[in-house]
Write a protein that binds this ligand. Structure first.
Ligand SMILES: Nc1ncnc2c1ncn2[C@@H]1O[C@H](COP(=O)(O)OP(=O)(O)O)[C@@H](O)[C@H]1O
Ligand SMILES: [Mg+2]
Length: 225
């Protein structure tokens, strides 16, 4: 099977005044379509930065990110937003639901941006999949952390993304709730046949993926499978 994501000699450097901070350098890897991959490494090693670059949320200082055969570095912000809407799902540690929208409306947003049809029905189906159809009209503040993350899973899968990025998806949840969200993530992923790239501190969670990529101090430690 082909590669869905190809990262080539990627670097991210932050400059402020005369200081430069190299957060990522010499990052090279390929991710096979429909595979599951964990990115692990100590806090501050650049995991969130790397995921943001791969998902087109942020721009590299040098090197290439090729997502579904499209080089993200050649695109402007609007074009990257379009690619994200078409191909990418993203799950954040702190959920990042829109607080002024209901659960249902949060799931509808990516579908609306894409101009899909039967948006409400599709969003309700997704809420059913995550077991929260009875909470459709509730706002994020009325939901527990685990429920908010289940809504964000529904939102992430709403456009049938080719690739799903999850940044410590269970990091803000207690163990039991985290395990439930984790199972749901892997179940939805298997059902949809999506490529899954997740960042985690949790080595048990990492062991559930087909491959582990290790980061330390902004560099890849190895690329062992
Ligand atoms: N916008 C930014 N400006 C400057 N430094 C940043 C910025 N974002 C992240 N960093 C730095 O990059 C390093 C890696 O951060 P991050 O990718 O969040 O690591 P991780 O997710 O592995 O904990 C850290 O030293 C962090 O302080
Ligand atoms: Mg992080």
């Amino acid at each position: 099977m082909g590669s869905i994501l190809s990262v080539k000699n990627l670097a991210k450097i932050y400059k402020s005044g005369s200081n430069t901070l190299t957060v990522l350098q010499h990052i090279d890897f390929d991710i096979e379509e429909k595979s599951t991959v964990a990115i692990v490494g100590p806090s501050g090693s650049g995991k969130t930065t790397l995921l943001g670059l791969c998902a087109g949320l942020d721009r590299a200082s040098s090197g290439d990110v090729i997502l579904n055969n499209i080089n993200l570095n050649n695109l402007n912000e609007d074009e990257r937003a379009w690619i994200r809407n078409q191909h990418v799902g993203f799950i954040f540690q702190n959920f990042q639901l829109l607080s002024t929208l209901t659960a249902l409306e949060n799931v509808m947003v990516p579908l609306e941006l894409r101009g899909a049809s039967n948006i409400k029905e599709k969003a309700m189906e997704l809420l059913e999949k995550v077991g929260l159809q009875d909470r459709a009209s509730h706002y994020p503040s009325q939901l527990s952390g685990g429920e908010q993350q289940r809504i964000s899973l529904a939102r992430a899968f709403s456009n049938s993304p080719k690739i799903l990025f999850a940044d410590e998806p269970t990091g803000n949840l207690d163990t039991e709730t985290g395990e439930r969200v984790e199972k749901l993530l892997f179940d939805l992923n298997r059902e949809a046949g999506t490529t899954l790239v997740l960042v985690t501190h949790d080595l048990e969670l990492a062991a559930r993926t087909q491959r582990v990529i290790r980061l330390k101090g902004g560099k890849l430690l190895d690329n062992a499978e």
